[in-house]
Unconditional design. Sequence first.
Length: 94
Amino acid sequence: MLQHLINLTPHEIRFFVIEGKEVVIPPSGQVARVSENRTTEESLYGISVVSIKYSEVEGVDLTSFSSDCLFLVSMLVGPRLASKFPGRVYGPDT
């Protein structure tokens, strides 16, 4: 199972499971990221209102992985991949 768990973050991900056992998933070497584009939309009572839009996922080609692979990704990447790879995208609870 763990050989099919692909960590697409730049960090080790550690799970603490039953009986205190630790499972470490190393980074795969590929990092899924999104870019951020900030624009000032308006001013509200003298305070700038900033809009943030995120890009599509960059940095990896997930179609190159077999269909039984599960992906560990960041909280920003997760929602953008979940609809394309249902049941295969997970994020750490940090």
